[in-house]
Design a protein around this ligand. Structure first.
Ligand SMILES: *[C@@H]1O[C@H](CO)[C@@H](O)[C@H](O)[C@H]1NC(C)=O
Length: 265
């Protein structure tokens, strides 16, 4: 009896994957704002809907400002604070308008005033892009030297010194936001009230983007200790205990199944 328990824990330990600090792609469809819209249908959300199509004219999946903003800007509200590592910007690819994406700052703020009324002084600038992008350089990475904590994120343009054709307009098609998730942040989410004696499935989730997203969902629950994630089907099961219920034993044996534990460092 004692041996079988020992064997089980040895097996589980082999299966557990220890997390290193990693970048996680934030979910889409968060609130976004833009300084102005070239046409009424061109809402700020078009740059945060998962559509990276650079063909603005055909697909109308890009944002474009009116061309008359002193400081053109686009903002995103992540709804809570994260350690923001950087963004990838998917540029326009349908004309020569990709060069308009230059002298662009990536700013991060925790101040709600920055969201209600854009003010670049309320953002900490963590990257300044001054390149001359081409189709070949898509997407453009704007990476903070080290992650910056904040809830609001802005891209804003410095028009000074640019030629007439590039200075007025501000356009791009999609922004992917990456946040840093270090080991200890995940581990700190473990609740001290967790009881090893309860054995059960808490929730079965689908359409997870990654094993880390699955684990993050676990870390948000008071009693979640480990997850079983399937890379093939993007299913995520959250458990209260390190004992796999027999009904999940077959799944755990699949090559695409990963067991991930929250560690208490
Ligand atoms: C704006 O661009 C000009 C011209 O390139 C530059 O001299 C200035 O430092 C820039 N301002 C900021 C805040 O980056």
């Amino acid at each position: 009896m004692e041996k079988s328990i020992l064997l089980l824990f040895t097996l589980l330990n082999l299966l557990f994957v220890r997390l290193d600090g990693r970048s996680v792609l934030m979910p889409k469809f968060l609130p976004a704002k833009i300084s102005s819209q070239h046409t009424s249908g061109q809402s700020a959300e078009l740059a945060y809907n998962g559509n990276t199509d650079g063909h603005y004219v055909d697909a109308a999946q890009c944002v474009l400002n009116s061309g008359s903003d002193t400081v053109p800007w686009w903002m995103l509200d992540l709804l809570q604070s994260y350690r923001i590592a950087g963004v990838n910007v998917w540029n326009r690819l349908d004309s020569t308008d990709e060069v308009r994406f230059t002298q662009i700052s990536l700013g991060i703020s925790s101040d709600a005033a920055a969201w209600s009324s854009f003010n670049e002084n309320l953002f900490k600038r963590c990257f300044y892009f001054t390149g001359a992008p081409t189709d070949a350089t898509n997407p453009i990475s704007l990476t903070c030297p080290s992650p910056v904590v904040g809830r609001y994120l802005a891209l804003y343009k410095n028009r000074t010194g640019l030629t007439a054709s590039t200075q007025a307009y501000f356009n791009f098609c999609e922004v992917d936001v990456y946040v840093a998730v270090p080991d200890n942040e995940v581990a700190n989410a473990i609740q001290p009230s967790y009881s090893m004696t309860s054995i059960s499935l808490i929730a079965a989730l689908t359409q997870m983007r990654s094993d880390i997203e699955c684990l993050l969902r676990c870390s948000q629950l008071t009693n979640c200790l480990f997850v079983l994630f399937r890379t093939a089907t993007l299913e995520c099961w959250l458990f209260q205990s390190s004992i796999i219920p027999s009904s999940f034993a077959a799944v755990a044996g699949n090559a695409d199944a990963k067991l991930l534990a929250l560690y208490n460092n």
